[in-house]
Design a protein around this ligand. Structure first.
Ligand code: PRX
Length: 694
């Protein structure tokens, strides 16, 4: 089997398909270069055990049955009270799902499983140091811990509707804190641990959180990172913005063994383990929340500098993530499921915590990086724990492939199901995932969705549809996806033309809006195709996703990349404006433009172009200052690949920076006609200094 696989791999590598990547850059009309007929079927073994095998669902979820069809999703949950209105469209595009219903997300993820699964692991925590034991936490223990933390939150005066910011790494205490919030109807706002103190502060201030929950330190690539220092920075930066963080709750990764460089601040900082002493054995009743009450905020980058706090509701979001976890992820309670994403992103919220727990999964939480100490780590974990459902991103797949293309074959892991999410996956990378990681036994779902969408929108249903490398698949039942050109005309399936990815209808997982900024919400997602702002008919409110895509004759969507100013670095969304604002904080910088450069591993990475204020000359120190500013204000994930200091940047006669021209230079493409620019000569100069050609 191994030899055969290697031979196949060699063959594939010879027929490298780079068109997809180029297509993402140009975002122009895209002809479909690869074979449309490359389909892979799920195995009979997979189909025989699958949770979902009923193709008639598409009829049941056709437009004539909308929105009542989604009752099927909500029926996976336990409700205190059923809803009277499935979808309230009285204030478009602020949709409300299952109105009148009463529910608690924590109850659905924890309490209701106790009768049947009390002693089953809800989570298995895998610390990064390999000599440390894993921790399996049963549903019963999770219940106990969540109740105690809820009691702590209550004792601090927190109540339903308050916001709490959680800036924590991948440890068990993160979902415990989230679920404790959900139990009380407190809206959590989790900030990715890799984000800087300043980025955390921006989110604290925007959400109005008075409490920050953090951790003293955690392991990453073999080093204990001091995380508490970021909390101090976040509190100080919040104060500078006029906002007071009253309490900082500090979990300890190794209670009383590790000391952060940031000492506890008297009266402000409290150790969670101390607080918990006072609440041992406490029980807190779950609050019966209205279905449409917000469950959490998740910030994501947009086209302007400020990140958008997307608000997800309780009933609709949980119904949507529960259904997709069961039917698309094919999670059965006896499976061991591992999503390698970070809980600090939407993927972790929906598909490590809420969706999987709602269907009584055993969900693995891994602290570290997949390639540390070597590319065999994920497969050792999978083998040791018996992981049979594996979920990761194209960047992680590319990194594992690069670090050890044959490594997976040395391990005895057995996956039945694998997911890819967050970026387009190149067919050649998909095939490696299929043949080498999945050993030709696992089905793959390429799930296209967004922070805003709460859960998957386009993917194959694993036991129903054949897979096609590089294509996400058809839209899910009840998702009426289409591709529109800029004028709103439908680009029909099979036309071989790219356009804007649009969903014509609301669905239960959709964002409820941007926290504190309803106008920006309407403007960003609906202004493009809505023609009548007063219409109460959902058909008049197509959702503009911000992605370019093509749809093949078989109905499968192929996502090409963002059409806006968002750069997708390793599956993480970064706004060019956010990056440029960070660069502009460097004293010497006069102008800055950030553009995406295609990267072999991360999909895209930021290239920074700047010009300096008069009197300054380019130096390596200025370049370093720029890199440092980006890392400090946003985080290491945003680290620029290159910083180019130029005498001037290309501009139109009205003074608009021509990022497109710079992106072409970064990616070795033709810059097109630049004669109409205000300063065409500078383009040549930049091209020569970046690419070194004449
Ligand atoms: O461009 C699309 C890309 O990631 C964006 C959403 O990013 P975020 O909100 O951070 O959520 C990531 C996890 C869902 C999309 O607009 N994207 C997401 N999934 C895919 C994808 N691009 C191609 N294929 C996918 N499967």
């Amino acid at each position: 089997m191994a030899d055969e696989t290697h031979a196949k791999l060699d063959q594939m590598n010879e027929s490298v398909e780079t068109e997809l990547r180029e297509a993402q850059i140009t975002e122009a009309e895209v002809a479909v270069h690869w074979s449309e007929e490359e389909y892979y079927n799920p195995s009979l073994q997979f189909i025989a055990q699958a949770n979902f095998t009923d193709p008639t669902i598409y009829d049941r979820f056709s437009e004539e049955h909308f929105p009542e069809c989604f009752k099927e999703y909500a029926d996976l949950l336990d409700w205190y009270q059923y809803w009277h209105t499935t979808l309230d469209t009285s204030n478009p595009p602020f949709w409300k799902w299952f109105v009148g219903g009463k529910i608690n997300a924590c109850y659905n993820c924890v309490d209701r499983h106790l009768a049947q699964y009390r002693s089953k692991a809800a989570f298995i925590f895998v610390p990064e140091p390999e000599d440390e034991p894993n921790i399996a936490m049963t549903y019963q223990e999770l219940y106990v811990r969540v109740n105690e933390v809820a009691a702590v939150l209550q004792s601090l005066g927190l109540k339903t509707g308050d916001r709490v910011t959680i800036h924590m790494p991948m440890v068990l205490e993160l979902p415990i804190t989230m679920l404790a919030c959900a139990r009380l109807g407190i809206i959590h706002s989790v900030v990715f641990a890799g984000f800087s103190g300043q980025a955390c502060a921006d989110r604290i201030v925007d959400s109005g959180s008075r409490i920050l929950v953090t951790m003293d330190g955690y392991y990453r690539s073999g080093t204990m990172l001091d995380h508490k220092v970021k909390a101090d920075e976040a509190v100080e930066a919040s104060a500078r913005a006029g906002h007071t963080v009253e309490k900082v709750l500090v979990w300890r990764r190794y209670p009383r063994q590790y000391q952060s460089q940031a000492p506890m601040v008297e009266g402000r900082d409290l150790f969670m383990d101390d607080l918990l002493q006072e609440h041992r054995g406490a029980r807190v009743e779950p609050v019966k929340m209205p279905a449409e009450a917000p469950l959490f905020l998740m910030y994501t980058s947009g086209t302007t500098g400020k990140p958008k706090g997307h608000q997800h509701g309780t009933g609709g979001y949980l119904a949507y993530t529960a259904w997709t976890s069961k039917m698309i992820q094919d999670i059965h309670p006896e499976d061991v499921y591992w999503c390698m994403a970070d809980i600090g992103w939407i993927t972790g919220h929906s598909y490590i915590v809420y969706g999987p727990l709602a269907v009584a999964a055993t969900s693995v939480i891994y602290e570290g990086v997949p390639t540390y100490p070597d590319a065999g780590r994920p497969f050792r974990i999978a083998e040791e724990l018996g992981v049979n459902i594996f979920h990761t991103s194209p960047t992680a797949i590319r990194m594992l492939r690069k670090a050890g293309p044959e490594t997976p074959l040395r391990y005895n892991h057995q996956f039945k199901h694998m997911t890819t999410v967050g970026e387009p996956i190149e067919p050649e990378v998909w095939r490696w995932y299929y043949h080498v990681v999945g050993k030709e036994k696992a089905v793959i779902v390429d799930t296209w969705w967004q922070t805003e969408t709460g859960g998957f929108l386009c993917t194959t249903i694993p036991a129903i549809h054949p897979m096609k490398p590089g294509s996400a698949g058809p839209a899910l039942p009840g998702i009426y996806a289409t591709i529109l050109d800029d004028d709103g005309n439908v680009i029909p399936p099979g036309a071989g033309k790219a356009g804007n990815m649009v969903i014509r209808n609301p669905w239960p997982g959709i964002t409820q809006g941007i926290w504190g900024d309803p106008d920006r919400f309407v403007q960003t997602y609906y202004a493009r195709y809505n023609k009548d702002r007063n219409s109460k008919d959902w058909r008049d409110w197509p959702y503009f996703a911000g992605d370019a895509a093509t749809q093949a004759g078989d109905g499968y969507f192929r996502i090409l990349g963002r059409v806006d100013d968002v750069i997708n670095v390793a599956g993480h969304r970064l706004g060019t404006k956010e990056l440029e604002s960070a660069v502009l904080t460097v004293e010497e910088v006069a102008e800055a433009a950030v553009v995406p450069r295609v990267d072999e591993l991360k999909g895209r990475v930021p290239d920074v172009y700047v010009s300096l204020k008069p009197g300054y000359t380019p130096t390596p120190e200025i370049q370093q200052k720029i890199v440092k500013a980006v890392e400090e204000l946003i985080g290491k994930i945003a680290r620029p690949k290159n910083v180019y200091i130029m005498p001037d940047l290309p501009k139109t006669r009205s003074g608009k920076l021509m990022r497109r021209v710079l992106a072409s230079i970064s990616n070795g493409q033709d810059v097109g006609d630049v004669t109409t620019l205000a300063n065409p000569d500078v383009v040549d100069l930049i091209r020569k200094s970046v690419r070194g050609d004449d």
